[in-house]
Ligand binder design. Sequence first.
Ligand code: BDP
Length: 744
Amino acid sequence: MNICNGKLLKKNYLLYKQPKLLLLNRLLPYKKTGYFLLYFLFVISLAKAEDGYRLWLRYDLVNDNALLKQYRSSIQAININGNTSTVAALQKELNTGLQGLLGESISNISQPANNSIVAGTPATMKDIKAMVGADALNTCGSEGFIIKTVHFNNKNIIVIAGNTDVAVLYGGYHFLRLLQTHQHIQDLNITSVPKVKLRVLDHWDNLNRTVERGYAGISIFDWQTLPDYLDKHYTDYARANASIGINGSVLNNVNASALILTPAYLEKAAALANVFRPYGIKVYLSIKFSSPIETGGLKTADPLDKAVQEWWKKKADTIYQYIPDFGGFLVKANSEGQPGPQNYGRTHADGANMLADALTPHNGVVMWRAFVYSESDEDRFKQAYNEFKPLDGKFRSNVLVQVKNGPIDFQPREPFHPLFGAMPQTPLMLEFQLTQEYLGFATHLVFLSTLFKECLTADTYEKGAGSTVATIVDGSVENHALSGMAGVANIGNSINWTGHPFGQANWYAFGRLAWNHELNSAQIADEWIQQTFTNNPAFLDTVKTMMLLSHEILVDYMTPLGLHHIMGYGHHYGPAPWYDKGARADWNPVYFHRADAMGIGFNRTATGSNALAQYAPEVQAMYKDSNTCPDKYLLWFHHVSWNHKMHSGRTLWEELCYKYYTGADSVSWMQHAWNNMKGKIDEERFEHVKMLLAIQHKEAVWWRNACVLYFQTFSHQPIPEGYEQPEHLLAYYESLEFPFAPGH
Ligand code: BDP
């Protein structure tokens, strides 16, 4: 199936033409109109099939006649020069995109003409500088683009310009987005430059195609048939990423197999890199720190050992022979059982620097993860900071320390990680999780843009007010040359890529925010809905509201008021706040919520673990007093009594019940809102989302009942009057087991 609708229709037609004639011949003798009607309905339904594969790159005919007329008159031809694979990709995308959107094919011309698009760089188009201004181009760097309507040599032209082919490709995708979102194009003057340099998807995909924490099928990377078979997914994945500015892909799980660096797999990775390259996407690999032992025959992986250093240097040289523009390594070391430099008494900096030195001659980078915690009496919240803060300034210049958005682990809500604001001399790469490991897997509709924004806009006060996480991460606070944002991918081979049709929005939002963290969630939702579903204003309004509220709703029915990590053990499916059998204290929900007869919550103030001290004084001031701490972080930082007075006037116990009940109830509201959308979009995706919302509702009620009943065993207070009583006793919820829950 082709992602572009223009082609899809044609292909389907050819594909079904033969059976259609056969069927027609069979039906003719009956000559019953009923059969014909049925048959035509069948053909129409095929032509309209919407399985989600096309993502936000659907390019369906613009259904606003006035706009269509405007578009058609301003876009009559395309002038793109150059013979690189990126130029070819851009040409193809514009041709297919415009053909779909405008319903007519657009000719390619070799000179700028009146009412044409001119796309190029100063190297490929001699007039480009004169059209947009050399100064403007100077602000674009190597990836930024300009889209401008100009009157040049008596011609009306839409210019898409950049300093490199890839920049122009980004501009081309942005232009198509303008049309898909029905923007006027007569007076364009857009300059867009990415704020963050490395915008990377991290795949937790294993070489056997299972995906750690993946809920959308198996891996799209079919290592078995690579390098010879190049699945269509690879190109469409690259297109989707390029369209939102993602420029890197880590192909394999952070819990890495050492085999990834063996020649057989490097050849496969190189084949993927070749497909991705025209789209500006670099390939990175997760490495296993013990690779020199496992595949190199050495006795040690000590980063200060000369033979080990030599092994990595040679390995890097080899990798670059396969992949000349290889991006670098992602490393999980001394975390959750992975080997690392500490096995040899060395530091994270020793380990990262050894790898960095091997990559330096080739301009590669190391993304060294700070997700570390070990069995210890220390609050898990504090451990990454304790290990990494003393290493600030000790890393080579091509190392980024990659930090999860929050201090624990991708919870529905976390305060920002205290390392942001604490390592001024080190570029910190922000890691978000798009796959919904702790957020209902791929069956809960939750738009993560608001979660991302909550973190990005949080003020660390590193250099006074305004040092937001976003400005730490984009390098502007400390003037770092390197900057990066990573998203743990939610992609699999499921037909719509992400399992839940709305999971696509999280991939989309991540890319858009990595490019420009100043975009707001409403804008992003707006763009995504229009491109993915429809421009119908009623649909747009309702669904945008659902999306914007969805994260808060999920927090309410799962982990309100600052509760965290109370999910099922191991697989993290469903509620299990009672669980206390985990091999380590900090793998148990009871460790995190600390409910007792007095109250609930983790005291992280000076009278408790004092994790709060890891933040700047201004941040501490916001959170340190349980009476002024925002409700949403209350139980992150305080153990408060069941009768604690909340800002609403309710007691903590009442508020907890209120949140759980409102959360579950809000999912019914989402169902209701969605049901009203029937007929506004295709039946296929409408029904899909409807069924998933039913699961979400069932599970939200399950979360509510299980948690309220369990916490009631400590509060000893009744569920407030007027609330529906849980369907089962606590013992029932505690007895549920899910040995085959996916993704672990
Ligand atoms: C946790 C996941 C685990 C990952 C780990 C990580 O449960 O599967 O390996 O994060 O980020 O959230 O390394």
